[in-house]
Write a protein that binds this ligand. Structure first.
Ligand SMILES: [Fe+2]
Length: 296
């Protein structure tokens, strides 16, 4: 399958030519809005609505709440004649019922098939430990926006498979790798949506500069004992290594690209010959990306 990326200096588009595509497609990618929403259904979260909300409002264009930027982003998306949308996590800063409703309302407003994968903040209230128990405890809240399965989903749009895998703890499981293999095995052109970027050499310096740790998936180098402890990334599980290898050198030629967020700045580069990973500018900073898929 011939796939070609047309790189531009533009951080808010990605143009990919895909041989044999029946119709051109436009997919809206939004990530990391970090909205702080809550109400009395989550009384313990109310203090975070104020503190986190204030912290992110300082980082938005015009110093407005992140929710306001999200509404403008949705508006921009609606003007784009979209075929689908993908949200790649940390859309909310903690999993309040109200926050998840805001996402669901946003999906409904776009009125196109939408896929959602979680980030490391989605499932974590700041007053709870950041671990797999907390993640598992809050997963059910996301069933309504993940077709009942926050770990992995796939939808088909115009002959293209959009695949989402939750790698928000820096790891994937053997079941997720099996799911990815099955989806790619269908042979259709595909896009993968994950929260945490896979490690690419050209992404490392900027990540290290901003975060002082290589906060990417399958990053071998750059961790210290202290940063591994701080980010709770003790080391990679076998399935995570297997997933990385599958993506960078395995039988995944029909995977046209990877789209992600997490590190809060835009980046685009190849993760294997002719296949690119795009990190999109965070939603709170006004970022989004239109993925244009064009037949040839
Ligand atoms: Fe994140």
């Amino acid at each position: 399958m011939h796939i070609e990326h047309e790189l531009t200096p533009d951080d808010d588009t990605a143009t990919i030519f895909i041989e044999g595509l029946d119709k051109d497609l436009r997919i809206f990618h939004v990530t990391d809005s970090h909205m702080a929403e809550g109400d009395d259904r989550d009384p313990d979260a109310l203090e975070h609505v104020t503190s986190v909300g204030g912290r992110f409002a300082e980082r938005t264009p015009g110093g407005v709440p992140a929710q306001e930027v999200f509404r403008k982003t949705l508006q921009r998306g609606k003007e784009q004649d979209l075929d689908a949308a993908a949200f790649t996590g940390d859309m909310i800063h903690f999993p309040s019922y109200r926050g998840i409703e805001v996402i669901a309302e946003g999906m409904a407003e776009l009125a196109v098939p939408t896929i959602y994968t979680l980030g490391n903040h989605d499932w974590h209230f700041p007053h709870l430990p950041w671990n797999n128990e907390t993640r598992a405890a809050h997963y059910p809240r996301f069933h309504s926006i993940t077709d009942g399965n926050p770990t992995c989903q796939a939808i088909e749009v115009g002959g293209v498979r959009l695949i989402a895998i939750d790698n928000s703890n820096y790891q994937v499981t053997a079941d997720q790798v099996t799911f990815l293999r099955q989806q790619l095995g269908k042979g259709q052109p595909s896009l993968l949506f994950i929260h945490i970027p896979i490690c690419i050499e050209s992404l490392v310096p900027a990540v290290m500069e901003m975060w002082k740790a290589p906060i990417m998936m399958a990053a071998d180098e750059g961790w210290s004992e202290q940063t591994r402890e701080q980010w709770r990334v003790p080391g990679d599980e076998v399935a995570t290594r297997e997933c990385h290898e599958l993506l960078v050198s395995g039988d995944t030629a029909n995977l046209a690209g990877i789209f992600c967020g997490h590190v809060h700045f835009p980046h685009a580069d190849a993760y294997r010959d002719g296949r690119y990973q795009y990190v999109t500018t965070p939603g709170f900073a006004g970022g989004s990306r239109i993925i244009e898929l064009k037949g040839r």
